[in-house]
Design a protein around this ligand. Sequence first.
Ligand code: BTN
Length: 236
Amino acid sequence: MLMKYQKIHFNEIDSTNNYLKNSYRLLNNFTFVSADYQSKGKGRNNRVWTSKPGENLMFSFLIKDKSLIVHAPIISLLTAIEVAKLLETYKIQKVSVKWPNDVLIADKKVCGILAEGELPNYLIVGVGINVNQKDFPADLRRPATSLSLMLNEDIDIDELRDKLFNQIVSSLINLEFDKKLDYFRKHNYLLNKRVKATFDNQEFIGEVIGIDDSFCLQIQSRDVVLNIDSGEIEIL
Ligand code: BTN
């Protein structure tokens, strides 16, 4: 089914997240903004997100609908799930979702998501997917990969973008949480890993045992199970 959304594309922009931040008042729910190149691409924790012009998919979408804003804490994760599902349709193996918002192929990051906004007014979800890039800086914190490296061929970015926009809109309109929980549980990168979670300026160390029905990460720490709804996770 063709979904209703608006899309804007730039050859170059500072950051698609910033564009929506500056103009959200004028724009509708489900406005998607993409760019071939970002001069000030932002990553999580004030890091930069760099990408060579035209090689990757970078976009942000705006959520203003109150019935969706209530789900703000899990919207990055729901978006990551849709990215992972789409990558699997390209016959990519070993796709997983790293709670709360990365998509990995084997142990390498292929997609990052940065959600920003002012609740309950608006939420911006920014998505960067490595598509046709073949070289990555050696000094990245964690190894990265791209679709073309995995498939040994270049991918049509416009086609990937349109498929993903439709899929995200459809998934956020028909919030079928059970199906999403089920998918996530089968693709949970952190499962059984020992992690340090930083949450509310506190650190917790333990083993990831799953997610609960509200998509909170469950960490077994000594005798207790912690259900974490947001935060930074470091694998130990
Ligand atoms: C991360 O893993 O650190 C999140 C990266 C998010 C990058 C995307 S690219 C499109 C959007 N615009 C930005 O400036 N950042 C996000």
